[in-house]
Design a protein around this ligand. Structure first.
Ligand SMILES: NC(=O)c1ccc[n+]([C@@H]2O[C@H](COP(=O)([O-])OP(=O)(O)OC[C@H]3O[C@@H](n4cnc5c(N)ncnc54)[C@H](OP(=O)(O)O)[C@@H]3O)[C@@H](O)[C@H]2O)c1
Length: 136
């Protein structure tokens, strides 16, 4: 315990909550996947109950959680509207978004003209001000 690192080899955990690290992904990336991936999954499906055919707006889709949220929502059969600035636009497109709104040039609430079933706000904006019609 005198070297840098997490000393994960000494952690005790129930076997059923462990999964083998994928071989096709660098270990550091694989270690980060559960936190961001589960955050996206739980927000979309446990909390928002997103289902196939629904429309979801992912605000802040260019970030860590957003990349997973877009892919998971698309995989579930939802129609995904995503916001992304110039630096993350291509990545969000590759993730599978149906529509991309550039939040750096466009007022997002004005650009989304049709109702959405779910708003997943991952951006550092005040939801009460940005999404006044959403329940808390
Ligand atoms: N990361 C985790 O493991 C984790 C776990 C639990 C909870 N959370 C929470 O989830 C939220 C998102 O986390 P994150 O790690 O994904 O953050 P992040 O990587 O910083 O992503 C946030 C994204 O928001 C976009 N953005 C900035 N200003 C915006 C605006 N005005 N309108 C729309 N989009 C804007 C930026 O994308 P552009 O490149 O498009 O500008 C940025 O990439 C945070 O509230 C965080 O506390 C994160």
């Amino acid at each position: 315990m005198d070297k840098p690192g997490a000393a994960a080899q000494y952690v005790i955990a129930p076997a059923e909550i462990l999964a083998a690290a994928p071989k096709s992904v660098p270990l550091a990336d694989a270690a980060a996947l559960p936190l961001v991936g589960l955050t996206a999954y739980q927000a979309l499906f446990d909390h928002a109950k997103l289902t196939a055919g629904q429309r979801v707006l992912v605000n802040g889709a260019g970030g860590a959680v957003g990349g997973y949220a877009v892919q998971l929502a698309k995989n579930a059969g939802a129609y995904v509207i995503a916001t992304a600035g110039p630096r993350s636009s291509q990545q969000v497109k590759t993730a599978g978004a149906d529509e991309i709104i550039d939040h750096s040039t466009t007022e997002v609430t004005a650009a989304v003209t049709e109702p959405v079933d779910v708003v997943l706000n991952l951006a550092p904006v005040d939801p009460a001000q940005s999404w006044p019609r959403c329940p808390p």
